[in-house]
Design a protein around this ligand. Structure first.
Ligand code: MG
Length: 236
């Protein structure tokens, strides 16, 4: 899983670098596919429950599971890129939201809060804590910043399958759910809206957008719970 995670992180870093005005999300999707081929890894999302692309590309008001397309990204957009691979039977899954050129303060604050919420959640992924300690850390932090937590989608266990038990909501009271133990591997992924938490699904059956069309951000890491604390597996 370290190897799978490192490959995810490397490719995501490359995609983030290439996400500039004028480039399309389809260009990024093709780049991700090419990079998987070079490393002889299987893209985890393509074909998953019929999902048609290598990355989930979700600009601006798209929350998660967006389809890549040929529309050029433009200055001031933010783009969430979610990407996973399977390597020798193990999965890695991560997401980042990146600014396209220069973005306004509101979008920057949303991205910063979502990234920090993920860090705060990860920090509680320790033996002896409960699963919802992670959920509560995410929710309490972003709500203090004036943002809202998407309820419809959650994080998940990960390992020999992309999605395993348990589900990891980004909201809820602390001290509930599974007791965390060393050896557990989790994909923690806050999806945070700048307006209301409400989302709807477009007619493609996949793309989640904010109901109020305000921007949304998404950060995700695959982590391991260890006796020495959380270890981020989707790091380079
Ligand atoms: Mg995930």
């Amino acid at each position: 899983m370290r190897d799978a995670g490192r490959i995810v992180a490397e490719i995501l870093a490359l995609l983030s670098e290439r996400a500039v005005p004028g480039v399309s999300t389809r260009d990024l999707d093709e780049l991700a596919e090419h990079e998987c081929g070079k490393r002889k890894v299987k893209a985890a999302f393509k074909g998953y429950a019929g999902f048609p692309y290598t990355i989930c590309a979700s600009p601006n008001e798209k929350v998660v599971h967006g389809f890549s397309d040929s529309t050029p990204l433009k200055e001031g957009d933010i783009l969430s890129i979610d990407f996973g691979v399977e390597y020798r039977g193990f999965f890695g899954d991560a997401a980042v939201t990146v600014p396209i050129g220069k973005v306004d303060k509101g979008k920057q604050a949303l991205m910063n809060a979502t990234r920090e919420a993920l860090e705060r959640g990860i920090n509680l992924a320790r033996p002896g804590n409960r699963l919802s300690d992670i959920s509560h850390a995410v929710q309490s932090f972003v709500e203090k910043k004036g943002f809202s937590v998407v309820r419809k989608f959650v994080g998940h266990g990960i390992g020999r399958a992309l999605h395993e038990a348990p589900q990891i909501p980004n909201f809820g009271p602390p001290g509930k759910g599974v007791l965390l133990e060393a050896g557990m591997t989790l994909a923690i992924e806050p999806m945070i809206n700048s307006g209301s938490e409400e989302v709807r699904i477009l007619s493609d059956g996949w793309t989640a957008v904010t109901a109020d069309k305000k921007p949304s951000a998404h950060f995700e890491h695959t982590i391991a719970v260890t006796e020495d604390g959380p270890v981020i597996l989707t790091a380079t």
